[in-house]
Design a binder for this molecule. Structure first.
Ligand SMILES: Nc1ncnc2c1ncn2[C@@H]1O[C@H](COP(=O)(O)OP(=O)(O)OP(=O)(O)O)[C@@H](O)[C@H]1O
Length: 329
């Protein structure tokens, strides 16, 4: 391949042209009767993702995210449109593509439930025919960075959710995939596990230029990992841009939750407004497109601050505000 085609294929490492997926669903309407109807899960979606980009793919429940990912892995065949991942048509060459992609579904594990973690990895080593040296190197790296050393001999069913998730991420990376699909990788994880998983993904992307498509309900995942976010709703792509841009369109707000030393009257700062007070805890809303830093500095300087956390608006709220904006503009 010459340099020009090579860079063109890198620019469009993942490419969807008017991709559709329609499910034929039968609904029971009586004792022996049922009605057929169509569910248009993905409705003419087009986008490209360059090699090495980390993109958020978000949307409300039932929007079509998993269906898109399943088409990208070749598990589902599109009803229409054209799809390429690393130049491969996923549903036609699923096995060839499998060597180049990794998938992590937060709600389901790809690990063998009753086996110690290391046995799952050994099985994958053989299944994917990973060269020994490469397997060793990738395993060592994942064990170190995801802190799996003490867990390798533990059966998967005995792992906590956060441990299992780290185990699953390692499993998806043993064969050095060029693309990683992550479906809710931080769901149900505690704060420390979330930080570890995010740090690991950031390093992976920086060091290996792994292309990552991340589906999540947690907008802080996107904020910390992705410069670009795509929003899908009712099977259609309704936004493609930065997270800040999305917040600006939707005029959305983040919430700073502040624990003070004692119960006090509502905090009075011009950067935010208090929306709730419960004993020494106060909730302050501020524009999501603004940084929390000046607000935190101000409160820390003027109030007896014990602890704080920032909550992202939920995706449903951002999207419904986006529509409200569109309707009034
Ligand atoms: N195998 C299937 N048969 C029929 N309908 C399906 C099938 N898979 C998905 N759907 C429907 O397609 C639509 C999109 O579903 P999908 O799972 O892709 O959404 P999602 O964005 O991943 O949602 P969630 O955030 O809840 O996982 C939904 O209406 C869903 O009910």
């Amino acid at each position: 391949m010459d340099a020009e085609t090579d860079s063109a294929s890198d620019r469009e490492f993942i490419r969807l042209d008017r991709i559709e997926k329609v499910f034929d669903v039968r609904k029971k309407t009586g004792f022996l009767r049922s009605e057929r109807h169509e569910v248009r899960a993905v409705d003419s979606i087009s986008f490209t993702v360059p090699r090495g980009e980390m993109v958020g793919y978000i949307g409300p429940n039932g929007a079509g995210k998993s269906t898109t990912i399943k088409m990208l892995t070749g598990i589902l065949t599109p009803s229409g449109g054209r799809l390429r991942v690393a130049g491969i048509d996923p549903s036609r060459e699923r096995t060839r593509l499998a060597r180049r992609i990794g998938v992590v579904f937060g709600q389901r594990t790809t690990l063998w439930w009753d086996l110690p973690l290391i046995d799952s990895y050994r099985l994958m080593h053989r299944m994917y025919r990973i060269p020994d040296a490469r397997y060793r190197e990738n395993l060592d790296r994942c064990v170190e960075l995801l802190e799996l050393g003490a867990l390798l001999d533990v059966p998967v069913r005995q792992l906590s959710l956060g441990q299992r998730m780290r185990g699953d991420i390692a499993a998806a990376l043993l064969h050095d995939p060029e693309v990683l699909y992550l479906d809710e990788p931080t769901i149900g994880l505690d704060v420390i596990s979330k930080v570890k998983v995010r740090e690991f993904l950031r390093d992976l992307n920086a060091e290996r230029s792994t292309t990552v498509l991340l589906t999540t309900h947690d907008l802080s995942d996107i904020e910390q990992l992705c410069r670009r976010v795509m929003v899908i709703d009712h099977g259609r792509l309704v936004y493609d841009g930065s997270l800040t841009g999305l917040h600006e369109i939707g005029d959305s707000e983040r919430t700073l939750v502040v624990d003070l030393e004692r119960e006090l009257p509502p905090i009075d700062v011009d950067l935010a407004r208090v929306v709730k007070v419960e004993g020494p805890r106060q909730w302050l809303a501020f524009p999501a497109s603004e940084s929390a830093a000046p607000l935190v500095a101000r409160i820390a300087a003027e109030y007896p601050l014990v602890d704080l956390s920032v909550r992202e608006p939920d995706i449903e709220a951002v999207i419904s505000r986006m529509y409200a904006e569109k309707a009034t503009s």
